[in-house]
Design a protein around this ligand. Structure first.
Ligand code: AP5
Ligand code: MG
Length: 190
């Protein structure tokens, strides 16, 4: 089983590179952001709650996020592994993921960290906001998302370093070069 955590700030390319990883390795993709946006679109109670937080750049509480993730994992049958995109985002989520996988006699194979300068993140997300209309891609909310990332999510770099799972990738530049670096990092661990 190949379990990859794709990690990085908002706009670092997690979703973009996940698509390629899924295609190459035939694993399942769980994007917690996509799951939440689907709930918002469907107008569920969870969606209404998530919308308020997402539009304000804040995280959904850990306990709720863990329920969502474990339900999602349970739907996968005959899976060759998972790419976790946008999860974990807090130390508590990382610890819970480790336990959840251990209960299935699995572990995280690699944490792929996409490093992109803040100026570039802002440029990418403003552009996507204009093209796709994603509600949290506006300057005010992007700034809040970046603050939350630095405060609550960035400490996971050290956490995964200690776990011996962290693979640093320069996430600035050509998509093909970034993907090749990711593949090299994954292949070195399988
Ligand atoms: P989520 O959907 O995970 O958003 P995010 O982390 O802010 O990241 P993005 O999806 O915006 O960016 P990405 O890294 O996927 O980049 P992408 O490939 O799209 O989460 C949204 C919200 O949901 C959170 O704020 C939170 O409220 C909530 N949430 C989600 N998970 C949660 C959790 N675990 N716990 C609590 N709350 C949670 O690329 C961005 C753009 O750049 C695209 O337009 C792309 O085409 C372009 N691009 C990509 N790569 C390159 C490149 N190399 N060069 C130029 N452009 C590029
Ligand atoms: Mg994404």
């Amino acid at each position: 089983m190949l379990n990859i955590v794709i990690f990085g700030a908002p706009g670092s390319g997690k979703g973009t590179q996940s698509e390629r990883i899924v295609e190459k390795y035939g694993i399942d993709h769980i994007s917690t952001g996509d799951v939440l946006r689907a709930e918002i679109k469907a107008g569920t109670e969870l969606g209404c709650m998530a919308k308020k937080l997402i539009d304000n750049g804040q995280l959904i509480p850990d306990a709720l996020m863990l329920d969502i993730l474990s339900a999602k994992l349970d739907t996968l049958v005959g899976s060759k592994g998972v790419i976790f995109d946008g999860f974990p985002r807090t130390i508590a989520q990382a610890e819970a993921l480790k336990e959840m996988l251990a209960a299935r006699e699995q572990e995280v194979t690699a944490m792929i960290e996409l490093d992109v300068p803040e100026e570039e993140l802002m440029t990418r997300l403003i552009k996507r906001g204009q093209e796709s209309g994603r509600a949290d891609d506006n300057e005010v909310t992007i700034k809040k998302r970046l603050v939350v990332y630095h405060d609550q999510t960035a400490p996971l770099k050290e956490w995964y370093e200690k776990e011996g799972k962290r693979c640093y990738i320069n996430g600035l530049g050509e998509l093909d070069r970034i993907f090749a670096d990711i593949v090299a990092a994954i292949d070195a661990r399988i």
